[in-house]
Design a protein around this ligand. Sequence first.
Ligand code: DUC
Ligand code: ZN
Ligand code: ZN
Length: 450
Amino acid sequence: MDLLIKNGTIVTASEMFKADIAVQDGKIVEIGSNLNIPAAKVVDAEGKLVLPGAIDAHTHLEMPFGGTTSADGYGSGTRAAACGGTTTVFDFAMQDFDENMVDTVKRRDALCAPVAAVDYAFHVGVKDVHGDLLASMKEAVDFGVPSFKVFMVYDFGVSDGVFYKVLEQSKEIGALIAVHAENNEMVNMLVEKYISEGKTDAWHHYLSRPEFVEEEADKRAIAWAESLDAPLYIAHLANKGGVEAVSKAKEQGYHIYAETCPQYLEFTCDVYKREDGRNFVCSPPMKGKDSQDALWAAIKRGDIDTIATDHCPFLQSEKDWGINDFRKIPNGCAGIENMYPYMLAKANAGVLPFTKVVELCSANPARLFGCKQKGSLSVGKDADIVIYDPEKDFTVTCGNMHSDYDHTVWEGYSMHGYPVQTYSRGRLVYDNGEFVGEPGWGKFVKRSLR
Ligand code: DUC
Ligand code: ZN
Ligand code: ZN
């Protein structure tokens, strides 16, 4: 046997139990009590939790955006993921206009494959479906990429008609559409209004994208999906009205799924009043306390399906472009190394069960996005394993993270409990504060929803 993890408490999405795990050739081959198998490496996990690696279904690595490129490339982003217990990273391969979607994926894979430290997958960010391009969605599905994202905002956002066509197509080809839902016209109108009134600080980033701007777009997107009975995944849900709309759709039996992110669970829009408020600028922005409470309540009753990060960090000098004009702040925050530790620390503090964290951060993203080899500790699955010490105290600082950014919204955030080891397909990639993996180890995860 290559690896034997002994005496730990295994956490699945439904139960916790004491057992040993045996790993051979990157796969889990046996789980049981007191396994007595000779192994090249034996790890004693007494007093520790043993969890499946997290799957971050929403990151923007090396993404040209906001007049620059996000600060974490595929190498540093996946390295940081490994150090936060995330063993599969989904990135957005943004389609160029007039580009076949398989070519989009191959173009980004060529950048990612040589440097990825953990396994990775892509969603295609759809921009253009004219002519044969709509049919290239099916080619992408056959290539192992059965998920797509449409943006209702930004200069690369799609029209309502294109969004509808993409949803319609997804049903035929067995794909899942994710949406960035905000009302573009409302955002543009409010931005213009505040700028013309000389209101240029980060607080007005929030005021130009307040609760109703997201809620209205959520409801519109849900209505279209319902009219087609197509599945829809609402990315980075952050507002209370949208949560209520998702709950209602689920109650009525529609396949509407929702993701939220740690930043919405931890911070409120009050951060935009801080002197460094620009560093928290992302879209959708953090919302009010009512929305935050609604997100936590929805997590607890099962109406939020996944947690992901929307990791999209920028350098301080780039964030500073918008000190006097919020429009110039590149949108996005760090989170790839913080998601699993944050959620697990909440479980350790009794806010939610550890099993629920595994469901939200690993089992559900694996199921919804068709990662058949991932998402649980069970025989036959990839040995993507995190060992978690519930007694280890940890405070985030930029210096103890493993990204290429120079500041983080999580600076100073303290947790009781922290991951101490991460294994990617049985290979140790993170060991007690150190990245010990290798660039190029990570493999493209071919997926299927059928
Ligand atoms: N929102 C962000 O804040 N950054 C990246 C893209 C997005 O939609
Ligand atoms: Zn988005
Ligand atoms: Zn995003």
